[in-house]
Design a protein around this ligand. Structure first.
Ligand SMILES: Cc1cc2nc3c(=O)[nH]c(=O)nc-3n(C[C@H](O)[C@H](O)[C@H](O)COP(=O)(O)O)c2cc1C
Length: 220
């Protein structure tokens, strides 16, 4: 056991963590033709792998996409899904197509995050089994996101893909589910607010509208 005082964080460290959380953004613009140092990437991946998980299931698997032909094929799958989504956007289609929603071709490192086939972990999963596994993987992605920002690199989460097609490309086993494509790398600038807010796609909710006491409260 570690004594609380021996690992207590200072107010400066707290402030740094807060700064990192507030400065994290979903990034879609990367400086092309750049690399991430292997030691930096190792720190980022270790942070991801330190995430909490239901019953210590650790259901995340990270696939570094290093083959440029494979990256191109993944890019095509993403383009197809963006097109399919545009087709169901109705009156917002034109506006939607103006959004930049991924930086797959330009980012320094592309990482596919795959949910491993269910290993039967029971602890904490008698109800909501699939959801708890997915939440655990999302925890790993959030750790990765914050660690990436702390290294002064950008990260963008891409969810525009057909999981069956991506699973085939990545030769995933039966029962595995790709849940994210993560674009990482140096960026020229960080957006000062969510891109979707900047582009007037949607407003962000203030904390006061999602923080309740004792019972669900409907929005005023
Ligand atoms: C599960 C998940 C999937 C997302 N998928 C995409 C995506 O495919 N493309 C994209 O541009 N942003 C994607 N985002 C980023 C969100 O749009 C972004 O987090 C949100 O607009 C808030 O902006 P911020 O992350 O910069 O604070 C995703 C975020 C999450 C958590």
């Amino acid at each position: 056991m570690l004594q609380t005082e021996s690992i207590a964080f200072s107010s400066t460290e707290r402030e740094t963590l807060r700064k990192i959380m507030l400065a994290r953004r979903d990034m879609r613009h990367f400086i092309p033709d750049r690399k991430i140092d292997e030691d930096v990437l190792a720190r980022i991946m270790q942070a991801a792998h330190s995430a909490p998980s239901v019953g210590l299931m650790q259901p995340w698997r990270f696939i570094l996409i290093r083959d440029k032909f494979l990256r191109e094929k993944i890019s095509t799958i993403v383009d197809q899904e963006i097109e399919q989504t545009a087709n169901v956007m109705n009156e917002r289609k034109t506006e939607f197509l103006k959004l930049k929603l991924e930086g797959i071709r330009d980012c320094a490192e592309l990482i596919a995050v795959v949910q491993a086939p269910d290993d039967g972990t029971l602890l904490g999963r008698r109800t909501l089994a699939d959801e708890m596994a997915l939440c655990s993987t999302a925890c790993a992605i959030q750790n990765l996101w914050l660690a990436t920002r702390a290294e002064n690199l950008g990260m963008g989460w891409v969810s525009f893909f057909d999981p069956v097609k991506l699973s085939e490309l990545l030769q995933c086993p039966k029962g595995a589910l790709p849940i994210a494509l993560l674009c990482l790398g140096p960026v020229k600038y960080f957006y000062d607010e969510p891109m979707l807010v900047k582009k007037n796609w949607r407003d962000a909710k203030p904390l006061s509208t999602v923080l309740f006491q004792n019972r669900w409260q409907d929005e005023a």
